[in-house]
Design a protein around this ligand. Structure first.
Ligand SMILES: [Zn+2]
Ligand SMILES: [Zn+2]
Length: 340
């Protein structure tokens, strides 16, 4: 089968013929319909963040497709069924899993990081956390639920705990940010979307933001939002830049909560005075619990959560390099790769 193989940071993905995975006990082999191109992959490709499995490794962690083969002991799936593969697979047995916090499972295994991923015609995964896709949901669009959309769900619902009537500022309108805009708006919040790109801001408005702010690289953008709104109840940073995380805190009102959804390896300067004197809270958010995936898919199924506008490109596996170039240049929200 064809696959995009990662050989090390700074090297382009190489399209190669590799052997097709065979079924193992408790695992299934999925024929990949589509796999989303994500910023996390750029951390490996461009920024030297190591994958847990040493290269060569097949990247790709936002996948949906059809069951190709079922391993011994798997009773919940049958061949040709449409499925969604969560980006992170959990153990179900560690302390965090047992406390209902499986998104921070101590033994988590991420597709295209701990094991070969889905920038390939077929991928093999443990069956435990895989979800059947409702018949009404297109697997090509649904693949982004595996990470971008569910990450936003956990952040908005469980970590930021957005409530109806909250003012919410969302910094960064990529796949996660625009999903957060939709979910916060669905929760009844008054959403301000922040980005540098007018097209993405227009999309944010279409998806439920009440107002948009073009930060234009201004370091004062957070303060400006606080002046204009009186301060937001919830600020969500969906980029992973120390500067933007600081600005997000500056947009908060007294008693507001900052939710960090973007990843940065660099330290961030925040106002401890505001955390103490204004009882501001800072929380992080990682991924999504398997138990919430069904809720997200249900929102998609009934048309309350829209995936179509987020999938801005579809490319065959051979054009994966161009798909990453689009992501680097900020020209795409989500490009999905169609390996078949
Ligand atoms: Zn991702
Ligand atoms: Zn666990």
């Amino acid at each position: 089968m064809k696959a995009a193989v990662f050989k090390g940071s700074g090297q382009p993905l190489s399209i190669e013929n590799v052997s097709k995975p065979t079924s193992l006990p408790d695992q299934i082999v999925v024929k990949v319909a589509a796999c989303g191109v994500c910023h996390t992959d750029l951390h490996y490709l461009d920024h030297g963040v190591p994958t847990f499995k040493k290269p060569p490794i097949i990247l790709g962690h936002e996948a949906a497709g059809w069951v190709e083969a079922v391993g011994e002991g798997v009773t919940t799936f049958k061949k040709e069924q449409t499925v969604l593969i969560p980006a992170v697979l959990t153990c179900g047995q560690c302390g965090m899993c047992r406390q209902g916090r499986a998104n921070i499972c101590e033994k988590m295994q991420m597709l295209g990081n701990h094991m070969d991923g889905a920038f390939a015609e077929y991928v093999r995964v443990p069956a435990r956390d895989v979800l059947p896709l409702p018949a009404e949901v297109d697997p090509v669009e649904a693949c982004i639920v595996a990470d971008a959309v569910t990450t936003a769900y956990h952040a908005v619902v469980n970590r930021a705990q957005v409530r109806a009537g909250d003012r919410v500022a969302i910094f960064g309108c990529g796949g996660v940010g625009l999903s957060a805009v939709q979910l916060a708006a669905l929760s009844g919040a008054v959403v301000t979307a922040v980005d540098l790109d007018e097209k993405k801001l227009a999309l944010a408005k279409e998806l439920g933001a009440v107002e948009t702010v073009n930060a234009k690289g201004s370091a004062e953008c957070g303060k400006e939002i606080r002046r204009r709104t009186g301060g937001v109840d919830r600020a969500m940073e969906c980029i992973g830049r120390p500067d933007t995380i600081r600005q997000a805190q500056e947009s908060l009102r007294i008693g507001g909560r900052l939710c960090i959804v973007g990843y940065s390896e660099k330290p961030v300067e925040l106002s401890a005075a505001k955390i103490m004197f204004q009882e501001q809270e800072v929380v992080g958010s990682l991924g999504c619990r398997p138990v919430d995936f069904g809720r997200v898919l249900d929102l998609v199924r009934v048309g309350r959560l829209r995936l179509g506008p987020l999938v801005t490109g579809r490319r065959p596996l051979g054009e994966i390099g161009a798909a990453f170039d689009d992501l680097r240049a900020g020209r795409s929200v989500r490009t999905v790769i169609l390996p078949g």
